[in-house]
Design a protein around this ligand. Sequence first.
Ligand SMILES: Nc1ncnc2c1ncn2[C@@H]1O[C@H](COP(=O)(O)OP(=O)(O)O)[C@@H](O)[C@H]1O
Ligand SMILES: [Mg+2]
Length: 319
Amino acid sequence: MTLRNGNRFGAYIIRYHIAQGGTGDVYCAEDTRDQQLVALKIPTTAARYDPRQYEFFLRELAALPLLDHPAIQHCREYDQVGAFPYLATTLIDGHALRRVLKEAGVLPITEAVAIVRAVAEGMAYCHAHGVIHRDLKPENILIGTNGQPVIIDFGLAIVVNRPTFGTPGGTPDYMSPEQVAGDPADRRVDIYALGVVLYELLTGRVPFTGADALTVMRARLHQPVPRADVLRPDVPLALTTVIARCLQIRPDRRYADMTALMAGLDQLDQVDTTALESLIVPPPKARFWQTPPGQALLTTAAFFVGIALVTLLLVALKH
Ligand SMILES: Nc1ncnc2c1ncn2[C@@H]1O[C@H](COP(=O)(O)OP(=O)(O)O)[C@@H](O)[C@H]1O
Ligand SMILES: [Mg+2]
């Protein structure tokens, strides 16, 4: 649904269009009941009638009303006008962290740590309420004019112990190895993504890059975890270690929860930096039969064995 400035939508009057995302438009609108400005998210017409895209909208409606924390987008109301559901959240006066990073190139170390620490605190609250975000990235963190980071966009969120929609997902640059593999995600996928964000805020680039999404996703499975202090030598060893722990391929080698990550960031002088060497070792090499040529060979062999068996069976049946 496309709305123009001044259009009415239920109790709201559209003021201006903020953004068009993957599944919906976000408008700045006035709530005529209390004259407050809100961010109004409404699915596009295409998304409304495409079950896969509509699911993202429903996920957000399932997760956001459970949450009430200064670091999390605040749900004022969700309802429906005709066939169109909407989500009204408190309007955040500020900019996406992506824009802040673009303008600055890299952030001062203390600022990067403070932002990630505040996001981790918001995420600790989410996790305590059973919500896993699964799409943390600088686009989905707004920095208010008061400096407070606010986590937005729960379109990929899952609520633990609730029947959930099947779609795996994430954003290639920030996806954990288990999301890449399509394995079930727990709260440690958010720890991984936040490690990527911290690395990026400090160095200006994400830890794994490649020509396309598939190469980026494979890189994190097969390349060693990079040290943040290689690109930015003034990053303390302790902070390099904290990031490397977030970026572990195996979830059980990461911080167990956001509180442990926060403790690391709060007390860098207590971080065991001798662990760094073991955190950046290259992952074990794939065996030949796990590589693409190995897989091709296996498939071909299986094909010919299959044909031979069928032939044998036919011959046996004839006699
Ligand atoms: N509460 C809000 N206050 C201000 N801007 C918002 C708010 N919610 C969303 N936005 C803006 O709308 C954009 C898209 O919202 P988001 O929830 O991330 O949707 P999408 O699923 O399309 O990525 C954000 O990047 C942000 O610029
Ligand atoms: Mg978004």
